[in-house]
Design a protein around this ligand. Structure first.
Ligand SMILES: NC(=O)c1ccc[n+]([C@@H]2O[C@H](COP(=O)([O-])OP(=O)(O)OC[C@H]3O[C@@H](n4cnc5c(N)ncnc54)[C@H](O)[C@@H]3O)[C@@H](O)[C@H]2O)c1
Length: 295
């Protein structure tokens, strides 16, 4: 797409972090913006702030993990704005912990919001874009969708799913000959509220359970990374540039590009996975050292 002004964007997870920055950036581009989230109070604050800047925006309560909720969002957006052009399936939650203990609800939650949220968004909105022959879908994955993240398998699995789904969609749009664009957003650490919701999800999921040591350790490292992470508006810049360029891959962190290359080289050569030298992937190397020497 070459022009955003006057067009309609939808962003899920818009009450905070990357979603909020995307909504603000689209509004700055002169777009009408539908902001969706489960956190009504924070969403209201964002919408009030954007309206005060003169933007045409609307808040929608939407639970991305629910197909009904996402379809209601699509109906509401079309009723209010007439159509939709840019769809950012961005809502997400962090899930840390080992893959073999803990409640299955940890998996349900991670796959429900992070992966099914994107699936529901695609099924609710993509038919609209295809019918009008114009539009762009941006699905938020993560670098954890391009490299396995030990200690956060439920999260990493959900993000690999988002990458695979998005890549298939891109190729399908080409096969159909439509000009609808697809991008997958794979950020490294970004300074957002992602960690603030993670522990409470975990407590809610494991009432009275002892702390999971792997979750505790990985959460600490994630907290450090996120606190020192990229500013969300910078991520929004990458997204807007990718929409204009019709670019599928959106990798925001140059220093993390080597990790998926090394991962796929190993796969192609049938070499076992390993964390690699610290320079190649500092985050994974630190996690590996702590897993080998817990405490
Ligand atoms: N922060 C990072 O370092 C980082 C890195 C890579 C990918 N991501 C991804 O970016 C996306 C945005 O996360 P963020 O970092 O801005 O975190 P954030 O917590 O600041 O924002 C996430 C938003 O999603 C909302 N949300 C959670 N569950 C929802 C649901 N069921 N339905 C609708 N909304 C829901 C939250 O209320 C919140 O407003 C996520 O998909 C996340 O996995 C983040």
């Amino acid at each position: 797409m070459d022009l955003l002004t006057g067009k309609v964007a939808v962003v899920t997870g818009a009450a905070s972090g990357i979603g909020r920055a995307l909504a603000e950036r689209f509004a700055d581009e002169g777009m009408h913006v539908a902001l969706a989230d489960i956190d009504d109070a924070r969403l209201h604050e964002v919408v009030v702030a954007l309206k005060a800047r003169g933007s045409d925006v609307e808040a929608y309560h939407c639970d991305s993990s629910s197909a009904d909720s996402v379809h209601r969002l699509a109906e509401g957006v079309v009723n209010r704005f007439g159509t939709v052009h840019v769809v950012c399936n961005n809502a997400g939650v962090l899930a840390t912990g080992d893959a073999w203990t803990g409640p299955i609800s940890m998996w349900d939650r991670s796959l429900g919001v992070n992966l099914y949220g994107v699936i529901h968004g695609v099924r609710a909105f993509l038919p609209i874009l295809i019918a009008q022959g114009e539009g762009h879908i941006v699905n938020t994955a993560s670098m954890a969708g391009l490299t396995a993240l030990p200690g956060a398998a439920p999260y990493s699995v959900s993000k690999h799913g988002v990458v695979a789904l998005s890549e298939a969609l891109y190729l399908e749009m080409q096969a159909l000959g439509t000009s609808v664009g697809v991008s997958v957003l794979c950020p490294g650490f970004v300074k957002t509220g992602l960690m603030d919701t993670a522990p409470s999800h975990q407590l809610a999921l494991q009432p009275g359970a002892p702390a999971d040591p792997i979750a505790t350790m990985v959460s600490g490292l994630m907290r450090e990374g996120i606190d020192a992470g990229m500013a969300p508006p910078e991520v929004a810049d990458h997204v807007v540039r990718a929409i204009f360029a019709g670019r599928f891959w959106i990798l925001t962190h140059d220093e993390e590009r080597k990790a998926p290359i090394e991962r796929m080289r190993r796969a192609a050569m049938e070499e076992n996975p390993q964390f690699g030298p610290p320079s190649r992937h500092p985050r994974l190397s630190r996690i590996a050292r702590r897993i080998r020497r817990p405490g």
